[in-house]
Design a protein around this ligand. Structure first.
Ligand code: SAH
Length: 345
């Protein structure tokens, strides 16, 4: 595979264009076209420059090859990368704007037992430009441009573990929030991690005001290790310490994701455990009913049971919400679409 032009910041693109002996305005023209979701061949530049670029760079970083639309308006996409790998993403429509869920890796090596993304292990990291191009493609699909964006918020909750692809994810965060580009503020971006503790500290030190989200899903290390292998490496108490450091450094409240799995993590004792762990901390708990994955035998709970669990947390003084389940009819959960695509191939 050749390189991807969207990996470059505007300054890096300017340097590349000037190394070709071209005038600076060509860099601006190319950059604007790319940020509008165009391929190189759709941007009106002189043929010799185009040929020089094609010698090293892919014409198109990413292509939407399938779109599924849920009855609730949620859209799910299958993207093809230049090397033929596929990844998936989701666009969720809310009153305040559209939130896109993007992937950071092809597959994942974290091995969480409830997740479809990890079924085939990690294939490779996405480059920063491949992560950015998911946003550019969906923004363009919905008629967005650089002054009026169709994608307003981003969650790094697609396939992959963002902190396992640290450098590329940091470059993505910088490029997607660059004022001269699509300019989505880091404040409108949530990074979700299963808890790679040293990388949480590193992220705090970057001083990028991204929302930190931790996939907790359990109240004890033993319980957590049953479904999340990473729990054998980092304890909940180490994660909480890293979160505190994140808060000190950024002033930003952190969020815990808690997927409700029947018989695993949503009895009264678990509510008590969560309250004990989190009470008084500058955090919020996002409950979500497990999206059942057919390759996995874990089951979800009823909506009524989920609200009961939420009530227990609230009574215990935690800030918590139960996320509305959307896109269930189109395989909304992490990795489901790609898994079924690969099976049919
Ligand atoms: N690797 C990162 C981000 C990707 S997963 C992380 O672990 O946070 C995004 C969120 O969806 C995580 O909280 C993950 O645990 C959760 N998740 C994955 N599969 C799920 C499923 N089938 N049902 C409910 N939540 C799921």
């Amino acid at each position: 595979m050749k390189k991807i032009l969207q990996d470059l910041s505007f300054t890096e693109l300017e340097n590349l264009i000037s190394s070709f002996g071209e005038k600076p305005f060509r860099a601006k023209q190319l950059y604007t076209g790319l940020m509008q979701g165009k391929k190189i061949s759709q941007i009106n530049i002189p043929a010799p420059l185009r040929e020089k670029l094609f010698a090293e760079y892919e014409d198109e970083a990413i292509r939407i090859i399938q779109t599924l639309t849920s009855s609730d308006g949620t859209e799910k996409y299958l993207f093809a990368l230049a090397d033929g790998n596929v990844i998936e993403g989701v666009l969720m429509k809310y009153k305040y704007g559209n939130t896109q869920c993007v992937s950071t890796q092809v597959g994942c090596r974290m091995g969480c037992k409830f997740c479809a993304s990890t079924l085939g292990g990690l294939v490779r990291n996405l480059t920063s430009g491949e992560i950015l191009s998911q946003v550019l493609a969906v923004n363009a699909l919905h008629g967005g441009n650089l002054s009026k964006r169709a994608v307003t918020n981003i969650v790094l909750m697609g396939s992959g573990e963002p902190l396992d692809n640290y450098d590329n994810v940091i470059a993505f965060l910088k490029n997607v929030s660059a004022p001269c580009g699509i300019n989505i503020s880091a404040r409108n971006i949530s990074l979700s991690t299963c808890g790679l503790v040293p990388k949480i500290y590193a992220l705090a030190d970057e001083q990028i005001p991204v929302n930190l989200t931790i996939s907790l899903h359990q109240t004890t290390d033993e319980g957590r290790a049953r479904t999340m292998p990473i729990a054998k490496k980092y304890t909940i108490s180490e994660i909480l310490k890293a979160c505190e450091y994140y808060f000190e450094k950024t002033g930003r409240r952190y969020i815990f994701e808690y997927s409700l799995i029947s018989g695993e993590n949503c009895d009264e004792e678990h509510a008590e455990g969560l309250i004990k762990l989190l009470k008084g901390k500058p955090c919020h708990v996002n409950l979500i009913r497990l999206n059942e994955v057919k390759e996995r035998d874990l089951k979800t709970i009823t909506e009524k049971e989920a609200y009961r669990f939420l009530g227990l947390l609230e009574k215990g003084g935690l800030s918590a919400t139960l996320r509305r389940q959307i896109g269930v009819d189109i395989g909304g959960a992490c990795g489901q679409l790609r898994a079924s695509y690969l099976k049919n191939e």
